[in-house]
Ligand binder design. Structure first.
Ligand SMILES: Nc1ncnc2c1ncn2[C@@H]1O[C@H](COP(=O)(O)OP(=O)(O)OP(=O)(O)O)[C@@H](O)[C@H]1O
Length: 293
């Protein structure tokens, strides 16, 4: 029987994570699984806890929203330990991307069913991400979208409208294998292609290559044209928009005209502040084992 630790962010989902952890513990214990709970106490704590549990636990479950999941996953890349996710909160980007049920009972059930998938883990500077990362207006959308309860197209479109007129695109240099492209980009979004095969929303699945990062660069045009891109993006058909450039490489660096500029970016649905240059890299051995449906 596996040993399972439930790393729980007590603040996620307005505290519903604590109840979720207790229910998960009871359910898993009733299956004769050795299960413990550990609570995070501050930002970044989940990574330290996960690292400390690698030696003694086979499955390390994150109970929380995107940041808690990302923090736990950071510690498990390249190890033979397995990440479990019990979604709690309003985002749950990676869980949704992997098809993990949002209903607590069902999410717990897949933990003991233990179907494991290995996913690729690209990096933005020294931090892994597991769905998408990027800079530009996408960060604003991601930030605005989080404020809504429903994650449907109506709220996605509202997230675009909230800042579209005021947002001015920035000049970036994008370095792909030494070839530099200068672009006044509105949105730059990156994702590892193999992951997109099942849940693509940037490139056509048929063209997905293993172990390659794809950067999608969108320039600003009219609300109608960019809105059309947003619609296609949301419907996972972004390749259909003509004002989009796709670049592929395992190593892509994005820089601003000002050196070491602080920019807002997003990774796995969370807004963060980064200092340029931004290096997006995928190394072949960087894999994460994760329990899926
Ligand atoms: N005990 C704690 N007190 C305050 N913040 C914490 C604690 N433990 C973890 N955190 C931090 O809380 C942040 C948010 O975590 P997470 O994304 O999982 O949930 P959330 O955004 O609060 O969820 P939601 O808002 O969707 O309910 C992360 O940066 C995490 O490091």
């Amino acid at each position: 029987m596996p040993n399972i630790i439930l790393i729980t962010n007590p603040k996620s989902g307005n505290g519903t994570s604590i109840k979720a952890a207790h229910i998960a513990q009871q359910t898993l214990a009733s299956k004769r699984i050795n299960v413990h709970i550990a609570y995070t106490e501050y930002e970044g704590h989940a990574t330290l806890l996960a690292k400390s549990f690698i030696a003694n636990f086979d499955i390390i479950v994150a109970i929380g929203d995107d940041e808690t999941v990302n923090e736990v996953a950071q510690a498990l890349v390249g190890t033979d330990r397995v990440l479990g996710i019990i979604p709690c909160g309003s985002g749950n980007g990676l869980a949704k991307h992997l098809g993990i049920p949002m209903i607590l009972k069902k999410a717990i059930k897949i933990i003991y069913n233990k179907k494991v998938k290995s996913i690729d883990a690209p990096k933005i500077n020294d931090q892994y991400f597991f769905t998408t990362a990027g800079v530009g207006f996408g960060t604003k959308i991601s930030h605005n979208f989080r404020k809504f309860n429903g994650r449907d197209f109506k709220n996605y479109f509202k997230s675009i409208l909230m800042d579209f007129q005021l947002y001015s695109p920035q000049q970036y240099t994008i370095d792909v294998n030494g070839k530099k492209i200068s672009s006044k980009a509105f949105v730059i979004s990156l994702a590892e292609e193999a992951q997109q095969k099942d849940h693509t929303f940037i490139s056509p699945p048929s063209k997905a290559k293993k172990g390659v990062l794809e950067a999608t660069i969108l320039s600003k045009s009219s609300l109608f044209k960019n809105g059309h891109f947003g619609f296609n993006f949301f419907k996972r058909k972004a390749q259909k928009s003509p004002e989009v450039i796709h670049l592929q490489s395992d190593d892509i660096t994005i820089d601003t005209t000002k050196k070491r500029q602080l920019v807002f970016g997003h990774k796995d649905g969370e807004t963060e502040k980064w200092s340029t240059p931004l290096n997006f890299k995928f190394s072949k051995g960087d894999k994460l084992n994760v329990i899926v449906h």
